[in-house]
Write a protein that binds this ligand. Structure first.
Ligand code: ACO
Length: 152
């Protein structure tokens, strides 16, 4: 399978929306969050990818002209460094295209972007029960051994 990883383009919008929030199969469906992320949020996130003032980015995976996966990442300040840090927010490959190295390629692309954007670190998190993702993550990264909390 020949896959191209590239920055998202305006023409990708309908494909991206499908992979992002389709009620039957998508990234937000995976997180049982299709109803939590409103169309307004989806539109705002989409717009931010193309706003030079926003440190929010999207890259897509394309196979034979079809977008079959994506990653979203953003940079932010870090009190432990002068450089920014890069947070890999989201990663998704459509079910029929998994286990072909696309997820790995998306992460490798983000690693390159980390350097290009001048960030000093690249990190991400996943759920304890997401063993499939961890099979990939333990090959391309190291566990930081942190627990993630949020305000209830
Ligand atoms: N069984 C065995 N090994 C696996 C599995 C599995 N189910 N999944 C991945 N691996 C291993 C592979 O052996 C492979 O190793 P190799 O590169 O040495 O051959 C490695 O992990 C890389 O796998 P890829 O094929 O690159 O990963 P894939 O394209 O299948 O994408 C992903 C993985 C993104 C986790 C995909 O399964 C997916 O979209 N899942 C649903 C959404 C999700 O969980 N996203 C991540 C949430 S965390 C976050 O967003 C930061």
């Amino acid at each position: 399978m020949s896959v191209i990883i590239r920055p998202v383009e305006a023409k990708d919008k309908s494909n991206w929306i499908k992979l992002w929030c389709d009620p039957s199969e998508s990234y937000l469906k995976f997180y049982k969050s299709v109803d939590k992320v409103t169309p307004e949020i989806t539109e705002s996130t989409w717009q931010r990818f193309f706003d030079e003032k926003e440190p929010v980015y999207c890259a897509v995976a394309e196979v034979d002209g079809e977008v079959i996966g994506f990653t979203h990442y953003l940079t932010h300040r870090d009190t432990w460094m002068i450089k920014d840090t890069l947070y890999l927010n989201d990663l998704y490959v459509s079910p029929q295209n998994r286990l072909s190295g696309v997820g790995r390629k998306l992460i490798e692309y983000v690693y390159n972007e980390t350097d290009k954007l001048g960030a000093g670190k690249c990190y991400w998190c996943t759920q304890f029960e997401n063993h499939r993702a961890q099979l990939l993550y333990t090959k391309v990264g190291v566990s930081m051994g942190m627990l993630l909390y949020c305000r209830p």
